[in-house]
Structure formats: structure tokens, C-alpha cells
Ligand binder design. Structure first.
Ligand SMILES: Nc1ncnc2c1ncn2[C@@H]1O[C@H](COP(=O)(O)OP(=O)(O)OP(=O)(O)O)[C@@H](O)[C@H]1O
Ligand SMILES: [Mg+2]
Length: 268
């Protein structure tokens, strides 16, 4: 059962329950590296949460265990009450490195994501065209990744992920390599597509403003081995824009920056 989601009769999809989850890696030579301290977190279906924390605190590790790419050393993670035991097709990812196939066009990259679905060729094409249109890339279907800007490549990556209607979307600093203006455009596109598809999003960022502009909640992590030291609910109505912020936004921003400046967080 899905707890609060059941009580409010919202569909129980994409609810993530992280229970006492911890990760210790063994480096070559046998040295143990505690990457993630025991962490508890419930992420409600369809919500957008951010993880912020110092470099090396375990943000990517936490994403990787939710995605089933890295095994847990302790604890468990459930997606809609089913334990995550490995890579799950209901989970999509967008990372900073676009991960596109350079030998496929934009359309070819999106079509590739649909390969595992038993749908007709026509439907595959329709869906891929619609996904590229959704991210504003209609007319660029035949372009190869090497001929696209960084922002456009990330739009293809978004289209490729959302075309499969994932329950959960894991985003690891997806816009970290983009300039400030392109990032603002990407925020608008991401929020529009997220709103249309209702996926649960976990978004890792080093940028406090980005977390405050995008998320329902920001979870702030301590220096490694990381754990969540504070959760901030972000009350502002969307759309939120950096050129139109209020006093509460500034207070929230300063509060998070102070938390990140605590001893041990200096590597941010
Ligand atoms: N496969 C691995 N083997 C050994 N150690 C690892 C492995 N992956 C990550 N680590 C270590 O785990 C810790 C957490 O790494 P992680 O990549 O999760 O940090 P992060 O918060 O994402 O950092 P950044 O903000 O720099 O991306 C680091 O000390 C890192 O060196
Ligand atoms: Mg990382």
C-alpha cells in the first residue's frame, strides 16, 4: 500500500521509499570508502526533489542506488513498494554527459529508447517526433549530436527519457555544463515536460538557486559520508524565475548556503 498517496486517492506510482540505505565501496587495495551514511527518505509520487551537498558527499551514489546501478551495503529502497534489486525500466536518467549515441541522429537517439517496447514502427516514429517537438526540437530530427549545442543535446536526452514515460527520473547535475541563459531555458522545458508526464524527479545540483527554482523540496546533505541534514519545503508557486524572487526565496537561499558552509562542507 502506498500510505498517504492511497489516502488521497492519487495514483500510487513513482513513490520512492529509502530505508536506512547506506553504501560502502571497496577501493582497489581493499580500502573501505563510506560513500553514503544510513539515509531515510520518502519521495512522494510525482514530486520534484533536489539533493544538494558538498562534492563527494554521496549525491550520485544515492541516485545510483535508487536507479539500481549500484548495490546497497545496508538498508533497502522500494519503488511503489517493490524493492529495487537492479536496473529498472521504470527509471529514466539524464546525466551531465549527455550519453547520446553520436552515430544516431536526434530522432535515432529517441527511437532507440523505444526499441524495447512492442509497438508498431509508425507509433514509434509518432512518439519520437512528438517527444522531440515537446522539447522544441522539431525540425532538428535529422541532426547528429555533434551538430547540436549543449542545451540542444540535453533536450534530446530529455526527449529520449520522457518518451518512455518513466515513473522516476534521476537527474545528476544535468545542466551543470550549460551557460546561465541556456540553463534558464532548460528549466522551463524540464518543468513543462515534467508537468505533462508526472514523473517523480530526483535532481542533483550544486546550484542552490536551481534547486529553489525547480523543486518541491530540497534535501541538503552533509559532507561525506553524506546524510540528509535538512529538508526544505519550497512554498513558491511555479513558474519561479531568478529575476523575480522575493524575500523568502533569499532567506531560503542564504539558509542553504550557510548549511553548506558548515565545517566539512568546504569542498563544495
Ligand atoms: N565506484 C566507486 N568506487 C569507490 N569509491 C567510489 C565509487 N563511486 C563513488 N565513490 C566515492 O564515494 C564518495 C561519494 O561519491 P559521489 O560520486 O556519490 O559524490 P557526489 O556527492 O556525487 O560528488 P560530486 O558533487 O563531486 O559529483 C566519494 O568519496 C567517491 O570517491
Ligand atoms: Mg556526483
Amino acid at each position: 500500500m502506498c500510505g498517504p498517496a492511497q489516502a488521497t486517492k492519487t495514483p500510487c506510482v513513482g513513490r520512492i521509499h529509502i530505508k536506512n540505505a547506506a553504501v560502502t565501496f571497496t577501493a582497489p587495495g581493499g580500502k573501505k570508502i563510506e560513500a553514503l551514511a544510513p539515509t531515510d527518505l520518502v519521495i512522494e509520487p510525482g514530486s520534484f526533489i533536489s539533493l544538494i551537498g558538498p562534492s563527494g558527499c554521496g549525491k550520485s551514489t544515492l541516485l545510483n542506488v535508487v536507479g539500481g546501478f549500484v548495490p546497497l551495503s545496508e538498508g533497502s529502497i522500494e519503488l511503489d513498494d517493490v524493492p529495487v534489486m537492479g536496473i529498472n525500466p521504470d527509471v529514466g536518467v539524464v546525466f551531465q554527459q549527455y550519453g547520446l549515441f553520436p552515430w544516431f541522429t536526434a530522432l535515432g537517439n529517441v527511437l532507440f529508447a523505444l526499441k524495447r517496447f512492442k509497438i508498431s514502427k509508425e507509433e514509434r516514429l509518432d512518439r519520437a517526433h512528438a517527444a522531440l517537438k515537446e522539447v522544441g526540437l522539431d525540425g532538428r530530427e535529422s541532426t547528429f549530436p555533434g551538430q547540436l549545442s549543449g542545451g540542444m543535446r540535453q533536450r534530446v536526452a530529455l526527449a529520449r527519457t520522457f518518451v518512455t514515460s518513466p515513473k522516476v527520473l534521476l537527474m545528476d547535475e544535468p545542466f551543470g555544463a550549460l551557460d546561465a541563459q541556456t540553463r534558464v531555458v532548460m528549466h522551463d522545458i524540464l518543468l513543462r515536460v515534467w508537468d505533462a508526464h508526472k514523473a517523480t524527479v530526483i535532481f542533483v545540483t550544486h546550484d542552490v538557486d536551481e534547486a529553489l527554482i525547480l523543486s518541491d523540496k530540497a534535501h541538503i546533505m552533509s559532507a561525506g559520508p553524506g546524510r540528509i541534514i535538512e529538508t526544505m519545503e519550497i512554498p513558491h508557486e511555479r513558474p519561479r524565475h531568478i529575476d523575480n524572487i522575493d524575500e523568502q526565496f533569499l532567506k531560503n537561499r542564504n539558509h542553504i548556503i550557510k548549511l553548506l558552509r558548515q565545517p566539512g562542507a568546504e569542498k563544495l
